[in-house]
Design a protein around this ligand. Structure first.
Ligand code: NDP
Length: 281
């Protein structure tokens, strides 16, 4: 078997075209949607992510502001900046690029962003709404994963979804979203015993751990749908958490890295920003 590719790049492009026309209509009839991104310090990976987010906003016609702060900024000053953006009528979404320096509480920052402008979907109120299945901003990577599955018309209800990784930004929420879609969900993590026995039972296997080529063909049930969230750099080349060459011979569907989940993440951020603007106007 050779797996069908779940092409995130293509779907992201299609969604961005649609978003662009939504943004045009909003701008013409009301006002331009706006996203503010705060970057603390000069971490190269964060700087690259922020630049990609800004570029994506520009292409979609979304107004974007980048607020750069020195890594010596105090927690109080950073929270004051968030307060200012919470009040700014031109801003529909606020995002603080993580990680932030250790002397600032990440949780305090996340909780200071008004839930109505929390387009990353990290605020406890929005996480709570996601759990109860209320409409809210969904965290971008998990939201992108579910959109990819739906686009490929993959049945989720009744399927056994195994999630490897339980971070607050990927593993936990992706499992919750699949549960909301009526999957039966198993979480695996670094303390899971017999992890490879678990993954073999998955109809839908989502891997988000940050370990290059961790999941191999023998860990996958023939015909399973495999989503590789991992982004790793090995010898200067990007690769996922799944051994692509091996697993593509076993899985029915598989996401490539790059070109799979990655492009969907920023697209869902744009989607959340537009959704926020729509509610506000
Ligand atoms: P974290 O480091 O926050 O979490 C990693 C998770 O994987 C933890 O739950 C950890 O378990 C688990 N884990 C680590 N090693 C193992 C192992 N050997 N066996 C089983 N479980 C293990 O990572 P993130 O969730 O933030 O990111 C995961 C990956 O996804 C990274 O490669 C990251 O770059 C990528 N990513 C990609 C995005 C995209 O847009 N495509 C967006 C966000 C992340 P425990 O909790 O027990 O420590």
């Amino acid at each position: 078997m050779t797996a069908k590719l779940l092409n995130g790049k293509e779907l992201a492009q299609k969604k961005r075209e649609q978003l662009k026309s939504d943004v045009e209509a909003l701008t013409e009839h009301h006002r331009q949607p706006g996203l503010a991104v705060i970057l603390v310090g000069e971490d190269p990976a964060s700087t690259t992510y922020v630049r990609s987010k800004q570029k994506a906003c520009e292409q979609a016609g979304i107004y974007s502001v980048l607020i750069k702060k020195d890594d010596t900024i105090s927690e109080e000053e950073l929270l004051a900046e968030i307060d200012r953006l919470n009040e700014d009528p031109k801003i529909d979404g606020i995002l603080v690029q993580l990680p932030i320096p250790k002397h600032i509480s990440e949780q305090a920052v996340i909780e200071r962003i008004h839930p109505d402008k929390d387009v990353d979907g990290f605020h406890p109120i929005n996480i709570g709404k996601m759990m109860t299945g209320e409409e809210t901003f969904l965290p971008c990577t998990p939201y992108g994963v579910v959109e990819m599955l739906k686009e490929a018309k993959i049945e989720i209800a009744g399927k056994h979804a195994v999630i490897v990784g339980r971070s607050n930004i990927v593993g936990k929420p992706v499992g919750q979203l699949l549960l909301n879609e009526n999957a039966t969900v198993t979480y695996c993590h670094s303390r899971t015993k017999n992890l490879r026995e678990m993954t073999k039972q998955a109809d839908i296997l989502i891997v988000a751990i940050g370990r290059p080529n961790f999941i191999e063909a023998a860990d996958v049930k023939p015909g399973a749908v495999v989503v590789d969230v991992g982004i790793n750099r090995v010898d200067g080349k990007l690769c996922g958490d799944v051994d692509f060459e091996g697993v593509k011979e076993v899985a029915s569907h598989l996401t490539p890295v790059p070109g799979g989940v990655g492009p969907m993440t920023i697209t869902m951020l744009l989607e959340n920003t537009v959704q926020s603007a729509r509610k506000r106007v």
